[in-house]
Ligand binder design. Structure first.
Ligand SMILES: [Zn+2]
Length: 334
């Protein structure tokens, strides 16, 4: 589903929309923005809002949300808004794609106004593509707006970063996420859903909260059982590979991140927020570095889900790293 613009401006983006609106109203819109977000907190939403802002037929400090231009931008069909994403079979944005975008931006706009290029995620630009983008950043055609959305901008060359005005999106507070999700999607156990996916309300707005909660609970209990040596990694990997794998991997990442956070808070690795009897026996075999390494590998697996590979085997290898050194304890029920 798409989230309507601008009626559902999330409260945690209010400062950003106000600043961009007043810059545009005063004729001071920069020609390049870098939106730095935590994944799922609204980087693409803000990019869409800003594209609507500069193309709206009525609004000055905010898009009206109802003119033809606003509706087309929200629907992703405005001819003067060009989205650049990794191609289907790739995790990278390539130089040819950037060259195409630059050539398109150099043409006169269809509507006689702005042309907007949105690169998301911009941290997917490979080195050559980022260098090719520099030329457009250095000598932008008039009435051009480039919007880069990135959760890890440090992956971009400093020459690109220095030419963009940075807009930082802070992670929303739990109450803000729940209020916004309730407003756009209706009542549901959003708290449980956020526990599962992490603080990524924009991503959540596109999933079914009931299904998510069920998959999330199942995924966590499998991981807890693996970490306690109470379940078999081979069987668990086979089961995960069969159903809801992308969602499960997201939960896996969140499960690891929680462990990193709780370890940082208490100083004890693998400490749990909820008291659970088996955790007293859990060995500190997962140090912080190991956990961060696992997060990277889960992300890699998520990013390559389209590529033919034996997912079961890849998952099993990951699971084996969270199983205690003694392996699965015989006779212990999961
Ligand atoms: Zn409008």
């Amino acid at each position: 589903m798409s989230v309507s613009i601008p009626s559902a401006t999330p409260v945690w983006l209010a400062a950003q929309t106000a600043a961009l609106g007043s810059a545009h109203g005063a004729g001071r819109m920069p020609h390049a923005l870098l939106i730095h977000e935590s994944p799922g907190t609204g980087g693409e939403w803000l990019a869409t809002w800003t594209a609507a802002l500069v193309l709206c037929e009525r609004g000055k400090a905010a898009p009206c949300g109802s003119c033809t231009a606003c509706r087309r931008v929200a629907a992703g069909t405005h001819p003067d808004v060009l989205w650049l994403r990794p191609l289907e079979d790739s995790r990278q944005i390539r130089i040819e794609q950037v060259r195409e975008l630059s050539a398109e931006l150099a043409l006169t706009s269809h509507g006689g106004g702005y042309k907007v290029g949105v690169i998301a995620p911009a941290d997917a630009l490979n080195r050559f593509a980022a260098n090719a983008l520099l030329k457009t950043l250095e000598e932008p055609p008039p009435r051009t707006l480039l919007i880069l959305v990135a959760s890890e901008p440090s992956r971009l060359p400093p020459t690109v970063l220095s030419r963009c005005q940075r807009v930082r999106i802070r992670a929303p507070a739990r109450a803000e996420s729940v209020a916004w999700l309730t407003a756009v999607r209706g009542k549901a156990d959003w708290d449980a859903a956020l526990d599962t996916l992490g603080e990524a309300p924009m991503q959540l707005a596109q999933t079914d909260p009931v299904e998510l909660a069920a998959v999330g609970a199942d995924t966590r209990s499998t991981l807890d059982a693996l970490a306690a040596g109470r379940t078999d990694p081979v069987a668990a990997a086979e089961r995960w590979a069969r159903t809801q794998l992308p969602l499960r991997l997201l939960c896996f990442e969140n499960w690891l991140t929680e462990r990193i956070r709780s370890g940082e808070r208490s100083g004890a690795l693998l400490a749990e927020l909820r008291p659970a009897p088996y955790l007293s026996e859990a060995p500190a075999f997962l140090n912080i570095r190991e956990l961060f390494g696992l997060v990277d590998e889960v992300r890699d697996l998520r990013a390559t889900l389209d590529v033919p590979l034996n997912r079961g085997v890849a998952l099993e290898a990951l699971f084996r790293r969270i199983v205690p050194a003694g392996g699965v304890r015989n006779g212990v029920q999961g």
